[in-house]
Design a protein around this ligand. Structure first.
Ligand code: HEC
Ligand code: HEC
Length: 372
């Protein structure tokens, strides 16, 4: 009985998806421009999205503007993601990935009203589904080899992530119930590499995979560092000499190894964490100041001849906004930390981390010819 219902859901979503996508209520406005020194209360949903989200999820919210960021408007996603799931995903982020926590309870820029605006707007891009059907009980042991054979190359595990959504992320597994995961596997995400597995795998096999994914969860409680005062010293090694870089790619990107060497050599520089402050409060490079890409007031304090390194997690898009702004203001020594903070953290370089923070899973090897 349950199985029959499940397939009904799958068939419905499969046949409805192209038209749902075509007749989406209010298409995202690609024209909305990012805003510097943003006041979220004054922004409507498309402006909020352009300011805080489009750098990774794309102006059309279809994802993959930066590494790993999924579509937020795929029909089978919208019909299965509850408002509570979307709200908590935005507020809490996905620790250890580029997805920051945007809720102001943990130091993010958005209050409940702003997050609600975004959620309502995203839900307006598709059809909101009804009640999801529960997955039958599964067995993680039986699911493990199936997951390894059919899913792992794209979704990874807790040690090494894949190119797409990290299913082993503790916040994902806390927010996503079995029915949501089951629905995604049965129906896929039309128009993306996520196929509908209902033709390849049986109901019980899918349920076993869900149980295995569930077993990838490990509890993680992060106690954020104190909020930034905005008065932390700008410079690391204020009495040192400016760094001399061995490698600068495209006049802009400095490899993490070179930045680490400069720090070891006590070079004088400003290190900017360009992510929301919530992320700085989770983990930051030792000596880095929090200057989020949407609130750049503190840039005024930086002397024009300073060497500045900005970083984010995605790994270039948010730091790139800060560096573009510095270049526009006439700074001659403004750079992006090429690999970003997640890789910095994986290499074991100097960080200040909140209690409970763990090393992010490794990045997958890129297939030949792929871009990151
Ligand atoms: C710096 C890049 C980046 C920015 C900016 C960003 N995201 Fe994300 N987001 C991601 C990534 C990457 C993931 C997936 C996490 C993973 O597994 O790597 C994600 C996941 C999500 C998810 C969960 C999707 C799912 O399928 O479960 C939601 C919802 C989301 N983001 C909404 C937003 C919203 C709304 C904003 C703006 C307030 C935003 N994101 C800003 C990178 C970003
Ligand atoms: C070829 C790569 C690929 C394979 C193989 C694959 N997936 Fe996916 N999967 C994706 C992509 C891409 C998305 C997100 C699509 C989007 O952006 O809307 C996704 C989304 C999902 C989601 C939804 C997560 C969320 O938060 O929205 C789940 C659950 C999922 N996949 C599970 C699986 C399972 C289980 C398997 C194996 C049976 C599998 N996937 C195989 C690429 C893949």
């Amino acid at each position: 009985m349950r199985a029959a219902l499940v397939f009904l859901v799958a068939c419905n979503s499969g046949s409805a998806s192209p038209s749902t996508q075509g007749s989406a209520a209010a298409p995202p406005k690609a024209s909305a421009k990012p805003i510097v020194d943003a006041n979220p209360a004054a922004l409507d949903a498309p402006q909020l999205f352009a300011t805080y989200c489009a750098q990774c999820h794309g102006t059309d919210a279809k994802g993959y503007k930066s590494d790993h960021a999924p579509s937020l408007v795929n029909p089978t996603f919208l019909e299965s993601a509850s408002a509570a799931y979307l709200t908590a995903s935005i507020e809490q982020g996905r620790p250890g990935t580029a997805m920051a926590a945007y809720g102001n309870a943990v130091g993010g820029p958005l209050d409940t009203a702003a997050v609600t605006k975004l959620v309502v707007w995203l839900q307006g891009q598709g059809k909101i589904g009804g009640e999801l059907v529960n997955a039958p009980a599964g067995d993680a042991k039986r699911g493990q080899p199936l997951y390894v054979a059919s899913c792992q190359k794209c979704h990874g595990d807790s040690a090494t992530r894949g190119e797409y959504l990290l299913l082993a992320n503790p916040v994902f597994l806390k927010l996503a119930n079995d029915a949501f995961i089951y629905h995604a596997i049965v129906s896929g995400r039309p128009g993306t590499p996520m196929e509908a597995f209902d033709h390849k795998l049986g109901v019980q096999q899918i349920a076993d995979i869900v149980a295995y994914i569930r077993s990838l969860a490990h509890e993680q409680t992060i106690t954020p560092l104190p909020a930034s005062t905005g008065k932390e010293p700008l410079f690391v090694n204020p009495t040192g000499k400016p760094p001399v870089w061995k490698t600068v790619k495209e006049d802009r990107f400095v490899p993490a190894d070179d930045v680490k060497k400069a720090l070891d050599a006590k070079a004088k520089m400003v290190i900017i964490d360009a992510r929301p402050e919530s992320e700085w409060r989770t983990v930051h490079i030792t000596g880095a100041v929090s200057i989020p890409h949407f609130n750049l007031k503190r840039l005024d304090e930086i002397p024009k001849d300073a060497t500045v390194i900005a970083y984010c997690a995605c790994p270039h898009h948010l730091s790139g906004i800060v560096v573009d702004e510095l270049v526009k203001r006439g700074y001659k020594h403004a750079y992006v930390l090429d690999e970003g903070i997640l890789e910095w953290q994986r290499r074991g370089y100097a960080i200040v981390a909140a209690q409970g923070v763990t090393v992010p899973p490794k990045e997958p090897e890129l297939p030949a010819g792929a871009m990151r």
